[in-house]
Design a protein around this ligand. Structure first.
Ligand SMILES: [Zn+2]
Length: 86
């Protein structure tokens, strides 16, 4: 059951490296740059805003919260993210 879209815009959301992920709320694979993040080398913690349902997903390096309902791998991370996956 997909969550309904949150109306409106998030305050002061930034533009981060674009990524593609499958949203745990609406179960749609989305690509977005919209993010909040903390960079504490070598780790980066990000909150991505889904362009489909407008709900936030937290990424701790590669771990996604909320995850995907049926346990499919996130996969397809662009090469730009490779340096932070050490
Ligand atoms: Zn979504």
């Amino acid at each position: 059951m997909a969550a309904p879209r949150i109306p409106g815009d998030w305050y002061n959301v930034g533009n981060d490296t674009p990524i593609e992920y499958r949203c745990g709320y609406c179960d749609v694979t989305v690509g977005t740059r919209a993010a909040y993040y903390v960079q504490q080398a070598p780790h980066v913690f990000r909150i991505r805003i889904c362009p489909n349902c407008n709900r936030p997903t937290f990424f701790e390096v590669d771990a996604q919260t909320p995850g995907i309902a049926f346990g499919e791998s996130v996969g397809n991370l662009p090469e730009q993210l490779a340096p932070i996956r050490k």
